[in-house]
Design a protein around this ligand. Sequence first.
Ligand SMILES: Nc1ncnc2c1ncn2[C@@H]1O[C@H](COS(=O)(=O)NC(=O)[C@@H](N)CS)[C@@H](O)[C@H]1O
Ligand SMILES: [Zn+2]
Length: 478
Amino acid sequence: MAEQEKEATLPSKENFSEWYNDMLQIAEIMDVRYPVKGSYVWYPFGFSIRRNVYDIIRGLLDKDHQETMFPLLIPENEFMKEAEHIKGFEEEVYWVLNGGTTPLDVKLALRPTSETAIYPMYRLWVRSHADLPLKLYQIVNTFRYETKHTRPLIRLREITSFKEAHTVHATWDEAASQVDEAIRLYIEFYKRLAIPVLPSKRPSWDKFPGADYTIAVDSLMPDGKTLQVGTAHHLGDNFAKTFDIKYEDVDGEQVYAHQTCYGVSERCIATLLSTHGDDKGLVLPPEIAPTQVVIIPIIFKEPEAVLNACNDVKAELEAAGVRVTIDDSDKRPGSKYYKWEMKGVPLRIEIGPRDLKNEAAMLARRDTGEKEQVPLASIKDEVLSRFEIIQAALLEKATAELNERIFDCSTVDDVKEKVQDGIALVPWCGEEKCGLDLDEQAGAGILGIPTDMDEDGTYKCPICNKETRTRVYVARTY
Ligand SMILES: Nc1ncnc2c1ncn2[C@@H]1O[C@H](COS(=O)(=O)NC(=O)[C@@H](N)CS)[C@@H](O)[C@H]1O
Ligand SMILES: [Zn+2]
């Protein structure tokens, strides 16, 4: 990529929206200049972060799922089969009408999500209870004609990194357990990105079209708005009845299957970069950093000896599986620090003549800026142990920031004030009308009922004053 002529500086992260847009370009994550609204281009550096992040979720899914790939194009007759599902997507689905100059006899939908591509095949594949549970996933691009404000990594018309899992089970309860398993997997996935997420059961008016219920995980973005970064849906036997997915049970009866589906998109990258980044640019957890260590030779005399030492350290770290580079360009050290800090490299090693004399090197952490001299003899262990320290520190910091921005609220005015800064925990009687009134009066909607919180109090719904034992997360959302 063309080196930045002059060192572009980021605005303060206080001005999150501007920081986010500039970060994507300066840190070479996404080029937003592609001439189709809602479609963006991965720079290779951004794409290497995506590869490392998706390797983690593949590793978690591959324990008991299999990866595959279904066609992008869905014939109209299949897409239009599940009424509620269409209702949910009819304003968002893209259609292909022609092949070359020939009008197609059957319109083809670009998958907005793949239930209607996959389930006609599941009907052919699922015959007996011995075929269950069936757990497949794919990581593909999907297309949604979003009419709300599009945003790179956050709200796309072409979702480039849509991981969707689709499972088939013998009973409703087994599918319900799979939904819980999916949420546990997402919480673990985000923990590996050092991102704390809040699991909650979406209110009925906000569940996935065609689902019995939806559980989502939300993260908190620096501007106090939440981002839905994963969802898991219990589909009941709704789609099985529509697509005739049945299995022969042990008694030889034909039984409709029960299903789930659960997905994440490149929003996982959006929350990763936004949560940990700072005014100098990216701060990457070591496990997903394309470059984990950059070695900067400090050369003003004895260049040979310094460069030899740098190459020795690089070789030792590479042998330990560390992704390491030496920046021996002729730039001045300051502009090297700027570049690699912008790219979020977790650790910087500085080696100069004085270090050689002390048989030591300077180690600088990107997340805290802390610098420490360490003996060259133990540099590998010093680096590896700091990876774990950095990972824990990033998660601890993000978790503390989240927890201090969840506010117990009992009145609408309270909610209105607190959602400017984060998430309100609000009593709710369960009536949809109260939920929608709250949204209107407080300018923030019900995210859902926390699934990891034991409630033992009684409260009053702030709208109708009815007694209730339920509290919900309320927040401004992307
Ligand atoms: N326009 C979009 N841009 C980026 N990510 C999106 C967009 N729409 C949805 N997502 C992400 O994709 C996840 C799954 O999408 S979904 O509609 O909730 N669920 C499904 O499509 C189900 N078939 C499970 S894969 C959402 O939780 C959200 O994180
Ligand atoms: Zn109420």
